[in-house]
Design a protein around this ligand. Structure first.
Ligand code: KIV
Ligand code: ZN
Length: 518
């Protein structure tokens, strides 16, 4: 029987540490539910002590998502460990994951401590975590730059203190596969109690080697791999979960290991993480990129038509790839529309389906062909549950080569109709300035991105906007339309509606301002 490798997903913790990849609590819950469908072994739901928002996310996921182990990260500090334990109370299978850096550079320069002091902190933290739960993971941060003698000493001590998993991270993505595999082998050879814990690895991608290093560690005996969907994470990211699992599966002949991951959920997981973070997946990305299974050269197309395996080492359906499928158009009915959404992994409630179908019809009337990417943008656009304090009723934007862009906007609000006009340096600027005059709410525009969903000048444009308030909260809005100025207005209004909604929730609760991504 082949050895089982545990898959520890850290999309919601390390992945969310990617600059600009913040997710709100509802989005984190959606991702966690998808990770449970993927059947990963562990979901690292966040770092409970790092912010009230992270605490809430860990708590919510622990209470709602069943199946995988739910972990919270914490430093080797009593208050961190206590916060993780508290947030994990509702979990059926809680895990406290505590860590400290062990390399000389971190020990001396970051902590200004001795190795002995660090070892003591590690052991005390594991003992404290063990007082709460049986399942305790310890990570030796910056292990790839830690002397092997000290690394083995720390690992032995934390296992003696009760750690059930010891994770060895290549925190700065410095390792090379042969050397990394050799280090893991040494751990197995030199740590006397190594058999009492699962040895895990966690690789970053600074040199583009995160997946290769993870695979080398599996060959050296690691029993758990830490990774993220689409490889998102600090700096250049973490090892991509889908790439590791598919490499292990496709080259079973070489690795002789298995995972419990339901690979057919990869495509859906990848799209979801991309949608909620706003991080697009590059077309040539392995496993989940748009071009991962498309054959351009005539010789290749001919080969695949005769025998798929001539140019395909994996069956696209194994990763949940539903192909370009039938293209929908203005004559497509609700049945074809909902069947295509199901194939893409979306099960909408009846009211959401009605809303999305009405939107599809509107777009199909103007655009000859509606592709899968368009459908995904429509669904993302319509599944918006915050109350619409402001609704865009009318917008007229005028611009010319020499003229000043002008926007006239009418919003419907609970106080009645709001109408005004304004100018700007461009169309979007004119629209945003006019909306600002109408709603009169202090905020700052932190980020504005626009992307074309498919090719061609009739493509849907998708706009993501991030607004900040003076309490350091961030409100994300999205909008999709055939007209990017309209998409921009919709995204902006959605973010403003979130700002109004969450600010009024906070003032009703009488609580202090929090730092959160909403
Ligand atoms: O990269 C790293 O070292 C980490 C640890 C906290 C596991 O993310
Ligand atoms: Zn990391």
């Amino acid at each position: 029987m082949s050895k089982r490798i545990k898959i520890f997903d850290t999309t919601l913790r390390d992945g969310e540490q990617s600059a600009g990849a913040s997710m709100n609590i509802e989005q984190k819950l959606e991702v966690a539910k998808q990770l449970a469908r993927l059947k990963v072994d562990v979901i690292e739901a966040g770092f409970a002590a790092s912010s009230p928002g992270d605490f809430e996310a860990v708590k919510t996921i622990a209470e709602i998502v069943k199946g995988p182990i739910i972990a919270s990260l914490c430093r080797c500090r009593d208050s961190d460990i206590d916060a993780a334990a508290e947030a994990l109370k509702g979990a059926a299978r809680p895990r406290i994951h505590t860590f400290i850096a062990t390399s000389d550079i971190h020990v001396e320069k970051k902590f200004r401590k001795t190795r002995e002091e660090i070892l003591e902190m590690a052991v005390n933290a594991v003992r404290r975590a063990k007082g709460y739960y049986e399942d305790v993971e310890f990570s030796t941060e910056d292990a790839s730059r830690t002397g092997v003698d000290y690394l083995c000493q720390v690992i032995e001590a934390v296992i003696d203190a009760g750690a059930t998993t010891v994770n060895i991270p290549d925190t700065v993505g410095y390792a090379i596969p042969s050397e990394w595999g050799a280090l893991i082998r040494q751990v197995f050879e030199r740590v006397p109690n190594v058999g009492k814990a699962t040895i895990s690895i966690h690789c970053h991608n600074d040199l583009g080697l995160a997946v290769a290093n993870s695979l080398a560690a599996v060959q050296a005996g690691a029993g758990q791999v830490e990774c993220t969907i689409n490889g998102i994470g600090e700096r250049a990211g973490n090892a991509a979960l889908e790439e590791i699992v598919m490499a292990l599966k496709t080259r079973q002949d070489l690795f002789d290991v298995r995972t419990t991951v339901n690979t057919k959920e990869f495509y859906r997981a990848s799209r979801l993480v991309s949608d909620v973070t706003g991080f697009t997946v590059q077309p040539n990305k392995a496993i989940v990129g748009r071009n991962a299974f498309s054959h351009e050269a005539g010789i290749h197309q001919d080969g695949v038509l005769k025998e798929r395996t001539t140019y395909e080492i994996m069956d696209p359906s194994d990763v949940g790839w539903v192909g370009s499928g039938l293209v929908l158009g203005r004559r497509s009915g609700k049945h074809a529309f909902s069947e295509r959404l199901k194939a893409l992994g979306y099960e909408l409630s009846q009211p959401d389906l009605e809303k999305a179908f009405a939107r599809f019809k509107e777009i199909a009337d103007k655009k000859k062909e509606v592709f899968d990417e368009d459908l995904e943008a429509i669904v993302a656009d319509e599944m918006y549950t915050i109350p619409e304090t402001y609704h865009l009723e009318y917008m007229n934007v005028m611009t010319s080569l020499e003229g000043v862009p002008t926007a006239t906007i009418r919003l419907k609000s609970s106080d009645g109709e709001l109408l005004d006009a304004g100018i700007g340096v461009g169309c979007v600027d004119a629209v945003y300035k006019t909306i600002d005059k109408l709603v009169n709410l202090p905020h700052t525009l932190i980020d504005y991105t626009v992307k074309s969903v498919t090719g061609g000048t009739d493509a849907l444009g998708e706009v993501t906007v991030k607004l900040g308030d003076n309490g350091n909260n961030i409100y994300t809005g999205r909008g999709a339309s055939l007209d990017i100025v309209e998409a921009s207005a919709k995204a902006y209004i959605q973010a403003i509606n979130k700002l109004v909604h969450y600010q009024s929730k906070r003032s009703q609760a009488g609580g202090p301002p929090t730092k959160a991504i909403l």
